[in-house]
Design a protein around this ligand. Structure first.
Ligand code: AMP
Length: 281
């Protein structure tokens, strides 16, 4: 496994692989890797000859008051996880390698990005689309792997690839959870012991929502309110949003009559956690 910090070196290696007719899978990450990331890497390893993992805390997807500087980093541990999972290249650029000082070209999406996390993070998806588009231009992967954990991101990336004719297949991977149901996240490291216990309320509330949908409840507001009521019982939890949206276009639905995403963002203490389930009809 190689760890490369420059775009030129990555391109050189990929060019050599492509000359040999080998396929390339890309797993974009911000590092501080855990078993959720590992599941993506393993799928990429199964489906491609070569695997590139990018580790880059992308400054332009963080808002001004967000956790860019505090975001956890541990390249040594990340390298071990990648080595063990059969990664060929870690691409770990500095921000200056990715963004010229006078960088001014962005990939912006007019739909799908304003609801859900886009409501409280208005520039987030512009940053995500821009960096992922750049990574696709650098690595030219046959397939790229994204977690359903960030369901809005997955839908947005699929739309970007469709709209811009990017020759990369997007593979969505299921959410990996802790034993008690909490979705694994690099940000879980911010939680105190007490907050960690409280955090299970996200997945518990979603499971209750799923039960209601399975039992035939079609009124989205009824399900959303039941989910909110469960979360509101926890004094340490503060809801950013709970919504039921169309799985593809991510717009709110009043009546559940096609596939939907039940998604939420909840602050536990100062940590903003997200989780979701899909309900298929
Ligand atoms: P991040 O490093 O948090 O930007 O995540 C990189 C990729 O890993 C994204 O596609 C995430 O959706 C995915 N990911 C993060 N956590 C999980 C999880 N618990 N299960 C599945 N995928 C995940």
């Amino acid at each position: 496994m190689k760890t490369l910090m420059t775009i030129a070196e990555v391109r050189e290696n990929v060019k050599e692989w492509k000359k040999q007719g080998l396929t390339v899978g890309l797993v974009p990450t911000m590092g501080y890797l855990h078993k959720g990331h590992k599941s993506l890497i393993e799928k990429a390893h199964e489906e491609n000859d070569k695997v590139v993992v990018s580790i880059f805390v992308n400054p332009i997807q963080f808002g001004v008051n967000e956790d860019l500087d505090a975001y956890p980093r541990d390249l040594e541990n990340d390298s071990k996880l990648c080595e063990g999972a059969g990664v060929d290249i870690i691409f770990h650029p500095q921000a200056t390698e990715m963004y010229f000082e006078d960088f001014c070209t962005y990939t912006d999406m007019e739909k799908l990005t304003h609801n859900l996390c886009g409501m409280s993070r208005p520039t987030h998806f512009r940053g995500v689309c821009t960096v992922v588009n750049k990574l696709f231009n650098i690595v030219a992967p046959d397939k790229a792997y994204f977690g359903q954990k960030d369901a809005q991101q997955l839908a947005v990336i699929k739309r970007m690839v469709r709209d811009l004719n990017i020759d990369t297949e997007i593979i969505g991977c299921p959410i990996v959870r802790e034993d008690d149901g909490l979705a694994v996240s690099s940000r879980n490291t911010y939680l105190s012991a007490e907050e960690r216990k409280v955090s299970v309320v996200l997945s518990k509330a979603l499971q209750e929502g799923r039960k209601m949908l399975e039992n035939g409840e079609k009124n989205a507001a009824v399900v959303v309110n039941a989910i909110k009521a469960i979360i509101e019982k926890e004094p340490l939890a503060k809801i950013d949003y709970v919504k039921i949206v169309d799985s593809e276009i991510l717009e709110d639905v009043e009546t559940v009559e096609k596939n939907v995403l039940v998604a939420m963002a909840v602050y536990v203490g100062k940590t903003r956690l997200i989780d979701n389930i899909t309900f298929e009809i």
